[in-house]
Design a protein around this ligand. Sequence first.
Ligand code: ZN
Length: 156
Amino acid sequence: MALRQIRIQGDAVLEKTCREVKEMTPRIRELIDDMLDTMYDANGVGLAGPQVGVLKRICVIDIGDGPIVLVNPVIVSSDGEQTGDEGCLSLPGKAGQVTRPNHVIVRALNADMEEIEVEGETLLARALCHEIDHLDGHMYTEKVEGSLHDVTYEED
Ligand code: ZN
């Protein structure tokens, strides 16, 4: 298990647009494994390349149903609307209200560069939109309605 340093908002890498992954390499596989380890270690539900300082179109998500690895993800369909609290590992201890589609369909490649389609509702739809935004240099704070508030974590 290898943890990578999570970049915090204000780091310029979080504002850059990522490049597509053209081929899978041992190095990128290692990156994906490290991103999953880093996400779980931080108790997050998603992590995108720029958050570990890598400008590649890769993100990982786990909302509790098992890991999803997305390479070059694209939202191909979205509908509905949900408004709720959103947070980010790049802005620890904060959250804010963001409106997102309630349902999205994403096409991507998996870690074996096979085409996959992921359909998400509610939290998964939110996570997919949030992580894909990171790949284009966007933070959820650009979309927050009202102001950010502090998050208090309950002890396990
Ligand atoms: Zn985030």
